[in-house]
Design a protein around this ligand. Structure first.
Ligand code: GLN
Length: 280
């Protein structure tokens, strides 16, 4: 079979199963198997694909047909121009979270910071930040041991393991360490809404990384309280939040002596992140 035939075969099957982006996904799966970029595949669509590769392609296709996210099949996701290892123990990095990273670079470029990333997952946020802030150091924590293994792998890949430590613990168990910046993309989805998520997310992404409790604010509240103890004076807490949560989150922040510095809107014009400075 030739590349264009197998791509067509794959995209037809995915379309039948109502998987969006069926053509792109089919191309990406073949690229992965041939260890080439998608562009390299597209300029050589007449190449023959051997039996073994066709077999693997079909296996991948089966997984995608069951709604497994393409990132888990490819084992990677691009975030802020870097490819991060991901697996079922880590949330797939989202473009919305890149907006947070972008904003933090606007504020802190060239600065020397000590950063804490709470619920680091694949480590995408802290690794991206430290790659750009060359004098800074940080700690990424996560209660998932398996996520920490992934984050460590990513730090190693980008040669940042000398400036970032990944630790398998809860933020509740961080004491006496003072940070200039705490970043956190917490689980913030209301428990009753979890069932409405798309199958890709619901069936495959770690529930622990999504479930924000009854009002979606369980973790957000706890992170705000804890940050008061471990931020330096005038330190900043940068939080990603869910749709419509800004009012409640602002209230909690102000009540806890934070001053809101900045909010960031996402591509759909929802307030997605909030940056707040601790006044004490
Ligand atoms: N910090 C990681 C990310 O932004 C994981 C977030 C999470 O698991 N809620 O992708």
């Amino acid at each position: 079979m030739k590349a264009f035939e197998i791509i067509k075969f794959g995209s037809n099957l995915l379309k039948e199963k109502q998987i969006p982006s069926s053509i792109l996904d089919s191309e990406l799966l073949l690229s992965k198997i041939l260890n080439k970029t998608r562009e390299e595949i597209l300029v050589n669509l007449n190449q023959n694909i051997n039996k073994k590769n066709i077999y693997t392609f079909k296996k991948y296709l089966e997984r995608r047909c069951k709604n497994e996210p393409i990132a888990y099949i490819l084992k990677e996701k691009e975030f802020w121009s870097k490819k991060f290892n991901v697996n079922k123990f880590t949330l797939i990095p989202r473009p919305e979270t890149e907006l947070l990273v972008e904003e933090l670079f606007k504020i802190y470029s060239g600065k020397k910071l000590t950063i804490l990333d709470i619920g680091t997952g694949s480590g995408c946020i802290i690794i991206s930040l430290l790659a750009g802030l060359k004098d800074s150091t940080g700690i990424g924590i996560d209660i998932s041991k398996n996520a920490i293994l992934v984050a460590k792998k990513n730090a190693f890949k980008y040669k940042l393991n000398n400036r970032v430590k990944f630790i398998n613990k809860s933020f509740q168990n961080i004491f006496a360490k003072k940070f200039d910046l705490i970043v956190c993309n917490p689980p913030y989805i209301e428990r009753k809404d979890l069932k409405n998520l798309s199958d890709d997310i619901k069936k495959y992404e770690p529930r622990m990384a999504l479930d924000g409790g009854n009002d979606g604010l369980d973790l957000i509240k706890k992170v705000i309280y804890k940050s008061k103890d471990i931020l330096k004076i005038k330190g900043t807490l940068a939080l990603e939040i869910g749709n419509g949560q800004i009012k409640k989150v602002s209230k909690i922040l102000i009540y806890n002596n934070f001053r809101i510095k900045n909010v960031i809107k996402d591509y759909k014009n929802n307030i997605r992140c909030v940056l707040a400075c601790y006044k004490r």
